[in-house]
Design a protein around this ligand. Structure first.
Ligand code: GRG
Length: 320
């Protein structure tokens, strides 16, 4: 497999999006920050899947991996690494792996046996192009490729930290994370007795797990102390839940063009959601409260946390 090359380091002083230490009150250019980090992630993802025999599976994996998306989880991982005290290059393989794991879950989620959607990220879903069998395999392959990718490409990180990163990721995609959340989601479909505790269980696993994994693995790779890791995890769990509440709201209020997937699916599938329990306004109020709590977790970091504070606010203002 090709090794990914480290990006030429950008000196902090030369990178306008990183000039955040001086005064947190100075307006932060979130859009520039996201664009610069998305570009780093994109360039590595572009090179991460070099086709070889059997080419069809690489084609299918690549179709979904390099297909847009906000790259939120990789960006959070790089931010966690920097806040933890490390150079972001240390976290690039893990950041890419997080996107591979996320993409694997999206491919499986779109299958007829799961959420059954023909569109994702504004394109036909993987199974609509490659067939259900190949889509299943592409998800499986991305899952294992992601973990191998970290082990083959991470440099200058002590083995004990790398082991903790692997354990965190394996935990967050398995029965304690994505899979567990999806199981309860599937079991809850069509039922009208789904309560708030069940809904929070589903959201915290399906969506919160990988957002938490992104922050925690980034912080571990950066060499953060335990208090920092715990605070970043607290931030991520609240932001993750707020992100999914807004997702539920957007499912009701947005168009297919905005979402890149089919809107109003939750209502059609008779799914319990935050809007079905609390209405649109009540849901947004809860999302904003969670974002405020998440931001309070970062108070000890002062200006160093500005990118994460801005990303938390973005969760409630996003339209896609
Ligand atoms: C681990 C392969 C595997 C499967 C686990 C299918 C499944 C079981 C879980 C599905 C989890 C899932 C699809 C959760 C939804 C999370 C979510 C909010 C997705 C949208 O995230 P965005 O908005 O999407 O970040 P983009 O396209 O921007 O990346």
């Amino acid at each position: 497999m090709d090794r990914i090359e480290a990006e030429p380091a950008i000196a902090i002083g030369d990178d306008p999006a990183m000039q955040v230490d001086a005064d947190p009150a100075v307006e932060f250019d979130l859009s520039g920050y996201l664009l610069s980090r998305q570009a780093v992630v994109e360039s590595h993802l572009e090179r991460a899947l070099m086709p070889r025999y059997p080419e069809k599976i690489f084609e299918s994996m690549r179709y979904s991996l390099v297909s847009g998306g906000k790259r939120l989880r990789p960006v959070l991982c790089l931010a966690g690494c920097e806040l933890g005290g490390g150079e972001r290059e240390l976290a690039i393989p893990t950041a890419c792996a997080l996107e591979m794991l996320h993409t694997a879950s999206l491919i499986h989620d779109d299958l007829p046996a799961m959420d059954d959607d023909d569109y994702r990220r504004g394109k036909l879903a993987n199974h609509k192009v490659f067939g259900e069998g190949m889509a299943l395999l592409a998800g499986d392959a991305l899952l294992s490729y992601a973990l191998e990718f970290i082990l083959l490409n991470t440099r200058r990180v002590p083995a004990d930290r790398l082991l903790r990163v692997m354990q965190t990721l394996i935990n967050r995609v398995g029965v304690s994370g994505l899979v567990g959340g999806q199981v309860v989601d599937v079991e809850s479909e069509g039922r009208d007795d789904v309560d708030l505790a069940t809904l929070e269980f589903i959201h915290s696993r399906k969506t919160g797990s990988l957002i938490d994994a992104a922050m925690v693995t980034g912080a571990i790779l950066g060499g953060a102390d335990e208090d920092t890791i715990a605070r970043l995890s607290g931030y991520a769990r609240r932001v993750g839940l707020a992100f999914q509440i807004v997702d539920d709201v957007l499912d009701v209020t947005s168009t297919r063009q905005q979402l890149g997937k089919t809107p109003r699916k939750d209502e059609k599938a008779h799914k319990a959601t935050f809007p079905s329990l609390f209405g649109l306004e009540g849901s947004m109020r809860q999302a904003r409260e969670l974002v405020d709590e998440a931001k309070r977790e970062l108070a000890p970091f002062g200006g160093r946390a500005v990118p994460l504070l801005a990303m938390a606010d973005f969760v409630c203002t996003r339209t896609s």
